[in-house]
Each structure stands twice: as C-alpha cells, then as structure tokens.
Design a protein around this ligand. Structure first.
Ligand code: FPP
Ligand code: MG
Length: 356
C-alpha cells in the first residue's frame, strides 16, 4: 500500500475486506456502497497497519482493525457532508447529493455497524478505544455547530475531538496489536495527536488557499459557512481589522466576496504563515515522540507518514512565506534532518498567542 510517496506495510486485503465487511443483498444499498467505498487515501488504515509493525501480529487482526477504522472514517464523512451541506468530496458529488439525505444517513449508519462487526473479536481494549474516539468525534462536530467562539483553545479542543481522535485511535489500535504498552504507547498517542492536528490545520489552510482541482471541492467553504479555522482565529485576534470581521462572522457565514476578501487578508497579513508555523511545530512534536519508540521499519514509516502529510503545502499558490517554508522542508522530507533549522524560532513566534 502506498501513501503519497511512502511505501507502507502490505495490506492488499484491505479493499477486499472493506467490500466483504459491507456486503449486502439489497441492490439499492449496493449502488450507494460502491460510491462510498471508492477513493480516499486509506490514511487511518495505513496508521493501524504501520503502528502494528512494531511486532508481527496476526495479519487478519490488523486488517480487521484497519478496515474498521476506515469504515468509521467513511461513515463520519458521509454524515459530515450532510451537516456541512457540502456538494463535493474528492472531486465527486457528495454521497447525499447523489443518492439523497436519507439513503446517505442510513449508509453511514450501515458502514458504522459494519465497522463494529469487524472488531468484536479483537481485544476489548480496542473496542474501548474506538467507542471513545467516536464519542469525541460527535462532541467535536457538535461543538462546531454554530461555533461563535474565536478563541484558539476552543479551536484546538474541537480539532482534537473532531479529527485527531480517530487518528489517535488508529495508532492506538495498531500499537496495541504491535505489542506497544505503557510509556511507548503514550508516545505513539502523542505522535498521533499532533499528526491529527496537523491533518486538520492543513485541511483548513487548503480550504483558504487550494484550487478546487487540488482539493476536489470548492474553496472557502469554511468561511461561507462561518466556520472559523486557525488562520482566521489568528487574524481575528491579532489584526486591527479583527473586530470588524468578528462582527461579520458573528452574524453567520460570509458572502463569497467577503470570504475572498478575508482570505486575501489572511495571506498578506501573515495568518496563513502562522498556521504553517503551527503545522511545523506540531510535526516537530510528532517526530520527537517517535524518538521514544523502538527503532526500525515501523518507526521509519511513521516518520515518513508525518512528512508525507506536508506534501500539499508544497503546492500552495499563495505568495512568499509558505513557499519559502515549503522549500525549507524539502531537503528534510526524506529523513531526520535538523528540525530546529526547519522550524526556526517556532516557539517564540507562536509564543504569546498560542500555548502549545
Ligand atoms: C470533517 O471535518 C469531519 C470530521 C473530521 C468528523 C465528522 C464526525 C461526525 C459526523 C460524527 C461521527 C459520526 C460517525 C458516523 C462516526 P471538516 O468538515 O472540517 O472536513 P472536510 O473539509 O473534509 O469536510
Ligand atoms: Mg466537512
């Protein structure tokens, strides 16, 4: 299996297992499932498989856990697109736009139940990890509804729950199957938490900067819906224009013109640059945690996954700072490198505004 340029442990049976685990005799459901299961990076499955590589566990157990995490993720995106009223995902119409809201809700539920069917015979600790993550995801999504808190702490709390929790759970499940325990498992969790936060911040940055071709959906959707993400929160809290924009956002989503104007301010005023800095800081923390795990192929793959996440930042087409940062990370993208050089004075720059 490949993730970006990273060659990951073999999990050929994943696609087959996803089909088998969700097989149904109901034709109407089969059509929806065919769409639901196509596409996607299989990132969470890759994390399970990679973290399991610290030992040589039963490949069937690893595949089941990996497929379960992927199904939960797919179910959550189907529901999320309904909540967000998103018309596109991965350059295709979203599932509910193609098949209708009710079939989409039920297909999400079906995938969700299929995931649990896969893990019932795995260690009970895995079941606990998964249910905890799903509760967090629901809390995070609910916190985002009508969110009018422009506070950075509230943002990170939401992101930890909404996005990072399933990424943490994927690493935990893999780590348990890979025989990690105690302090080592905790370091793996730290890696995953930082990775999960990076994942969401990059998603936020791409919504503001990415072309529809790059992100497979229209850009500026968050601002149109009044969702404030890290670069926006930085701008609202640091710019002289912050309070005027707060008022606009407090009234609800921005018009397309307002959203474009604000996105321009985020680029020119350094708020996107700031968000990139947070990404690098979090990657640094993630890689630091890996140092406490047993050396070997599994650890190298986790390191490569972390660097691989930064790939979209290299394609950004907004001016200087991010491009410069992207150039800076390039030489380090395939090995340890000197992270201090990459991140520069990250801590001081972030300092007053953000407690990390
Ligand atoms: C995408 O966020 C959505 C999530 C990370 C989590 C969604 C979680 C739920 C709907 C609750 C759990 C539900 C189930 C069935 C497990 P985003 O809207 O910021 O990202 P996007 O740009 O990819 O839509
Ligand atoms: Mg969404």
């Amino acid at each position: 299996m490949t993730f970006g340029y990273v060659q990951l442990p073999d999990l050929e049976e994943l696609e087959e297992l996803l089909s088998l685990a969700t097989a149904s005799r109901v034709c109407a459901l089969q059509r929806v499932l065919a769409h639901a299961l196509t596409g996607g990076k299989r990132f969470r499955a890759a994390l399970v498989a990679t973290a399991a590589g610290f030992a040589s566990p039963d490949p069937r157990a690893v595949a089941r856990a990996a497929a379960a995490m992927e199904l939960i993720h797919l179910a959550s995106l189907i529901h999320d697109d309904i909540i967000d009223e998103a018309a596109f995902r991965r350059a295709r119409p979203s599932l509910y736009r193609l098949f209708g809201r009710v079939p989409a809700v039920l297909t999400g539920d079906y995938l969700f139940a299929s995931a649990f069917n896969l893990i019932i015979d795995l260690p009970k600790s895995i079941l606990k990890i998964v249910t905890r993550a799903i509760r967090f995801m629901c809390e995070g999504e609910i916190a985002e509804l009508g969110e009018k808190n422009f506070d950075v702490e509230a943002y990170f709390d939401r992101v930890r729950k909404k996005t990072a929790s399933l990424i943490v759970a994927s690493c935990q499940c893999g780590g348990i199957l890979g025989n990690l325990r105690g302090a080592e498992l905790q370091q793996l969790e730290k890696y995953a938490l930082n990775l999960g936060i990076v994942f969401q911040i990059i998603d936020d940055i791409l919504d503001l900067t990415g072309s529809p071709e790059l992100i497979g959906k229209p850009s500026l959707q968050d601002l149109n819906r009044g969702i404030v993400t890290l670069p926006v929160i930085h701008f609202l809290n640091t710019s002289e224009e912050g309070s005027a924009w707060r008022e606009k956002l407090a009234r609800g989503g921005l018009s397309p013109e307002e959203a474009r104007e604000l996105a321009g301010r985020l680029a020119s005023g350094g708020s996107l640059h700031y968000a990139c800095k947070v990404v690098f800081l979090k990657i640094k923390l993630a890689l630091g945690a890996l140092e406490f795990l047993p050396a070997g192929r599994a650890r190298e793959n986790l390191r490569e996954i972390a660097w691989g996440l930064l790939t979209p930042l290299r394609n950004l087409n907004y001016p200087d700072p991010a491009e410069e940062l992207a150039k800076k990370i390039e030489p380090f993208s395939r090995g340890a490198g000197n992270l201090e050089k990459v991140i520069g004075g990250g801590q001081e720059i972030l300092g007053a505004f953000l407690r990390v």
